[in-house]
Ligand binder design. Structure first.
Ligand code: CIZ
Ligand code: SF4
Length: 320
């Protein structure tokens, strides 16, 4: 406790000294989200993180999240220094979508518009026509479908399947998954619902279809937080990274939030409702990044940056 306070104090001083802002994702640990709030930074989903970073007057952004979020910040704000607590924090969707293979897949279907999830490398974004986050995926695909476009979707197959089902668009899906959401289990969720008959089930669409089908509300992190405020239920079973409980509990201190089950029948899961890469964003790593930029700074090749900026800007302008 004492040590935590000392870290926080040193980080606050360093943020001021470097005119830096801390931008944290909802899936980071509660103390990181609290620190971002206390220091005038932001806590949000990847779309809002990108917007906040772009418009903030800081010279340096320290992005507590995973690598693609740091890259997106650099693509949108090349003049800023972008630091990450650790450059090792990746994402299974990004890892499962190498640019060469994905690009070859796109080349086989030149008649299709390429829509990629924000959880991808700068190189994959540069190959895409559109970037989307889960908060605007439905709207963008609906729009493209209304224009008669056929779509290639990557990398998350569960989110892709959900979007396809909701919009009826013609979509070819890349075979990727999030190791956190892929672990939620429908059978165990049915049992938990019986235990809490009054609870509403909130599900992020990176979860398997069988889990999505049990949901009372499906949506991005910010949409699920909103649902936990607007729905009258007092208890919620939540299928997404448990980092989100910090914000839900803060907004609704009187309500009860329960983790959706991962791995039924006592089976073990790889990442029980918490992303191992988000968990790398500790106080120590944040201090290290601010003290010694080397090994923490994000760079994106200029030609690549300009290419990736096109679909990212398209998303930001669409979302306006
Ligand atoms: O699962 C993730 O990494 C999410 C939900 C990112 C985002 O869009 O905020
Ligand atoms: Fe990637 Fe899943 Fe972690 Fe999000 S929670 S960063 S999608 S591995």
């Amino acid at each position: 406790q004492h040590e935590t306070a000392a870290y926080k104090q040193r980080i606050k001083a360093l943020l001021q000294q470097h005119n830096a802002a801390l931008v944290a994702h909802y899936y980071t640990d509660p103390e990181i989200q609290a620190l971002a709030e206390e220091t005038g930074g932001c806590v949000s989903d990847s779309l809002e993180m990108a917007r906040f970073g772009k418009h903030h007057a800081a010279d340096t952004l320290i992005v507590a999240g995973v690598r693609f979020m740091g890259e997106t910040a650099k693509i949108l704000s090349p003049e800023k220094t972008i630091l990450m607590p650790t450059l090792e924090a990746t994402c299974s969707l990004d890892l499962g979508c190498p640019v060469d293979a994905f690009s070859a897949f796109c080349d086989q279907h030149p008649d299709r518009v390429v829509v990629v999830y924000a959880n991808t490398s700068a190189a994959v974004k540069a190959r895409a026509d559109w970037v989307v986050t889960s908060s605007i995926a439905l709207d963008v695909v609906d729009f493209l479908d209304s224009q008669g476009k056929k779509i290639i979707w990557g990398p998350d197959k569960h989110l892709g399947h959900y979007v396809q089902k909701q919009t009826g668009a013609d979509m070819l899906l890349w075979d990727g998954a999030c190791i956190v959401h892929d672990e939620f289990k429908a059978k165990a969720l049915v049992e938990l619902k019986q235990q809490y008959p009054d609870a509403a089930v909130l599900v992020h669409p990176e979860s398997p279809d069988s889990v999505v089908q049990l949901a009372d509300a499906v949506g991005s992190t910010s949409q699920l937080i909103k649902a936990s405020q607007t729905m009258a239920n007092q208890t919620f079973i939540v299928a997404t990274d448990k980092g989100i409980f910090y914000k839900m509990q803060q907004q609704e201190p009187g309500k009860t939030f329960i983790e959706a089950p991962t791995g039924g029948n006592g089976a073990t899961c790889r990442s029980c409702a918490h992303c191992p890469w988000m968990a790398m964003n500790g106080l120590q790593a944040i201090e290290a990044a601010l003290v010694n930029k080397t090994g923490h700074e994000i760079f994106v090749d200029d030609a690549l940056r300009l290419k990736a900026l096109v679909p990212l800007d398209r998303m930001l302008n669409f979302a306006k």
